[in-house]
Every structure is written in structure tokens, then in C-alpha cells.
Design a protein around this ligand. Sequence first.
Ligand code: GLY
Length: 347
Amino acid sequence: MLQRRKFLQMGSLGMGGLFANKIFASGNSGIAKKPLVISTWDAGIAANKGAWEILKTGGRAFDAVEKGVMVTEESINCCVGLGGNPDREGIVTLDACIMDEYGNAGSVLALERIKHPISVARRVLEKTPHVYLVGDGAQMFALQQGFTLEPQKLSDEAAKEYKKWLDKSEYKPQINIEQKQGNLQDKGQIVAAPNRLSNGAFNHDTIGMLAIDANGNLSGSCTTSGMAFKMRGRVGDSPIIGAGLFVDNEVGAAVSTGLGEEVIKVCVTHLVVELMRQGYSPENACKEAVRRIVKHNGEKKSKEIQVGFLALNKKGEYGAYCIQSGFSFAVCNSDSHNELIASKHMI
Ligand code: GLY
């Protein structure tokens, strides 16, 4: 854990350095030279690094967004992948999707005991005539494709959290806890320190990643263990094309995080891309999507909800918006440039 913390600090200080501050300190939207990768939350720093290894050698954005989020799926201290929190029956179920520059999509829902759901989603895209595979069928397909069945076991952190949750078994979605910790700076500032729960784990449940490669092609990925202690069978926005992720290589791409039910109801990422098509900047498109969710729920209820959106257009401009403070995203476009930025927020 200590090693990981040090690495993240290097991501925003050592690796990024003063030069990076000059580029990104002006706000939470920007334009940077291609290729570029952006991803949600603090874990995005490490994930971007994985993606950058592909982008920097002229590789395809599609390969980069798979490799990038695999880093997060692998991390046992992150609420993504098999280290994530389980459903209320104590079983970890994973959702993931991926889209390429041709508008192809692959997705897995409620997948159990497979380490890299994003790679299974990619195989769905490449090897089947389908978009979604769910539950046992998704697992059977993964095994046929040579993936290994991992033990049915919670990570130490998830087991502790689950035990705590069982005390009350209260079924209530939690908004991101970074806000309660209050250690994110406001509105478009670079985040100095990674945000963790007191037990050292990241509290949020999703990583979404968007990339534009040297050829100007866009791709995106999204992977999650979903809402902690969800009802068995519950699926959120992350594997749903047009909700968790949408890519249109003519216009741009968007990815979402937060309370999936609210995101699904307005097909957020499709909306954000369509708004960019109409001329909205990535940040304004995300802001309009947030506004619709706040309008639908009313201001009082919206205080109990967090959603965050990230968008990238064909020119390499990016932006983000969320309901309330606490959402961060990472931007990388060179070996020395991988910064965590706090999103602007509505409430
Ligand atoms: N955004 C992740 C979920 O709601 O499952």
C-alpha cells in the first residue's frame, strides 16, 4: 500500500513535475497534444501509465484503453476488479465494456471470478456477433477463451468492509467518500494527494478511460465491481453502451462514474457525445448531462447522489463535470505528464 501511495505521488509530482503544473493548473478542461489518455479518479494515474506505454509508441487507442484499466483491475486495493466490494450476498460481480474507433462494442455484466473483465469484453467485441454477455454465459465464454477461474474469495479489505456492512445490512447507495474527507481542492485544481479511505483502499467503484491515439482515433473502456453491497443481480451503468461509455470516432467519447441508476436513466454518455456533436465543449457537454440529472432528482435529493462524467473530443480537448465535489480525473500526454485534476461540480 505504501509503495502504491508513493507511486501515485510520483504520478503527480515526480513524473508530472513543474512543467505539468503549468499546462494543467488552469482548470479542469483543456487541450493537449495527441496522443492523450484520460481516466476517472485517483487510480487513473496508474492506469494512464499503463495506457501510455502503448500510445507513446504510436499504438492504437483501443489497445491502450484495455491495457490501462487492466492495471486497476489488477490492484487489490481498488474497488474495481476482484479486489472490489461484493454484493450483499458476499460475492464480487464485475461489469465492463469497451468501444473501438469503428463504433464496435463489447460488454460483460455480472461476471464472476475472472480477473480481467475488460479483456473478456474485448473478446465479446472481437469474437462474437453480440455486444452483451451476462453472468454464467459470460464466464463460460471467458473460460472458452482461455481465461482462468480465480478463487471465490474476497480481498482482505473487502472482507473487512463486508463484515462491517453486515452489522446493519443497510441498503443505501453511498456517494463518494472523498468529499467527506475534504482533501480535494475545488474546481479544476491539481490534486496534491491521492484520496483514500482510512483503511487505505479507494472507495469508489469504477474506472473509465478514454484515449486518442497518434492517428487521431478514439476508444474507451469502463470497468467496475459496481455499487458496494448491491442486490444480487444488480447491474449499473458501467457496462451499458451509451450510459457508462460511448465512443463516436467522428465526434468524441464520454465515460461515467457514480450512481449508475441515475446515469442509465438519461443515457448520459450518448447524450454527452451528441451534445459535443452539436458544438458543446467536452466540459459543457458533461455539465449539461449533470444538470439534467439534478433537474430530474431535485436539488435536495441530488445532494445524496454523486455522478461524474469525463469527455474527450476529436480535437483532443477534454473536460469533466460532477454533481458535488470529490470527483477527480487523471490526464496523461507524455512520459512526464500524468496529472490528477479535481472536476468542477454543480452543487
Ligand atoms: N457506476 C458504477 C455503478 O453504478 O455500478
